[in-house]
Each structure stands twice: as structure tokens, then as C-alpha cells.
Ligand binder design. Sequence first.
Ligand code: B12
Length: 144
Amino acid sequence: MSTPTTSRRLRVVVGEPGLADHDRGAEIVARALRDAGHEVIYAGPHQTPEQVVETAIQEDADLIGLFVLPGAHSTLFTELGRLLRERDADDIVVLGGGMIPEEDVPLLREAGVAKVFTPGAPTTDVTGWVAEYFSDAEQDPAPA
Ligand code: B12
């Protein structure tokens, strides 16, 4: 089976909402997405969900990728999902990163997070998942 590719140059907003100061992971992922040919807008740390959504709409983003400090994840992603729906922008795909407990992943999926990557996830897993989701073949729902 050939590796899924996407010729699309996606517009991706990457950031760390809330009080997270662990920006290394998000920066590495931002770099990997850029090296995979996507246009990355790095919103940086200490964003509110409102600011992230505003940036994503203004930048006509295809994808939002957020690192969240544990404990804040369910609140921040739930609010982000609500705002995206409210602004009719819930076609923007949301990815999560950080130390998110496995048992909380279903809740984040419900909040609209398409995929969560936890510490140690190879960046090729992130770029590979994005390529598969936006693959040229056809737009299939995100693999669970
Ligand atoms: C470096 C570090 C710091 C540095 C951060 C430097 C920086 N600029 O990033 C500093 C010193 C600032 C720091 C502070 C704190 N830290 Co700290 N820190 C770490 C440490 C040692 C390494 C984290 C790291 O950089 N990993 C390397 C990067 C590349 O990996 P990553 O962040 O996990 O990212 C990967 C995935 O999560 C995912 N990912 C991450 N972001 C994104 C974004 C997207 C869009 C996607 C798709 C994927 C993705 O993909 C990345 C690549 O695999 C970890 C321990 C550890 N080994 O993990 C503790 C740790 C994360 N810290 C911890 C804590 C508690 C704190 C403090 C609260 C301590 C304190 N009391 O002050 C503060 C909080 C500060 C804050 N407000 O955020 C705890 C968290 C515990 C928990 N369960 O939440 C850890 C696990 C240490 C521990 N064992 O207790 N920390």
C-alpha cells in the first residue's frame, strides 16, 4: 500500500493555549509540519481559545494544532470546539498534543479533537496522520 500523500499545502495554526510554558513540543511539531510542505502560523503560548479561533479564521486555516498543559486539556479543547461551531468554522481540523491521559482522549474526541499525540510521538506520526487525513486519494473520516 503506498504511503498516503497530500499535495495540498495546508494552512496550520499551532499554539499553546492557557498557561503552558512547554513550547518545545509544539515548536518541533510546527517545524515538522513546515518541513512537510505546509504553511505554519505559530500563534505561540498563552493564547485563549478565542484568540486561537480568531487567528485560525483570519488565516483561513485548514488545521489547528495545540499543545496543552495537562489538567487544562478538557476545558480548553471543549471551549475551542464550542467556539469553532459557534463561528461556523468547525470544518477546521483540530489536533492535540501534550501529556493527555489516555482515559481523557474520548472526551477530547467528543469535543472535536481529531487526534491526540502524546510525549514521545515521532513527528513523522503527526505529519503522516495529516497526510492521510488530507490525502489526495479521497477525504475519508480520520482513522480512530
Ligand atoms: C523541558 C521541561 C520543562 C521546561 C519547558 C521548556 C520549554 N520551553 O518547552 C520548563 C522548565 C519551563 C518546565 C516547566 C514546568 N514543568 Co516541565 N517538563 C519538561 C520536560 C523535562 C521535557 C518536556 C519536553 O520538552 N519534551 C520534549 C518535547 C519535544 O516533547 P513533548 O513536549 O512531549 O511534545 C511531544 C508530544 O507531546 C506531542 N506534542 C507536543 N505539542 C504538540 C502540539 C501539536 C499540535 C501536536 C500535534 C503534538 C504535540 O508531540 C511532541 C513530539 O513528540 C518534561 C518531562 C518529560 N520528559 O517529558 C517535564 C514536565 C512536562 N513538566 C512538568 C511540570 C509539572 C512542570 C511545571 C509545572 C513544574 C513547576 N512546578 O513549575 C512547570 C510548568 C510551566 C508551565 N506553565 O508550563 C511535568 C508535567 C506532569 C504532568 N503530568 O503534567 C513533567 C512531565 C515532569 C514530571 N515528570 O513531572 N518544564
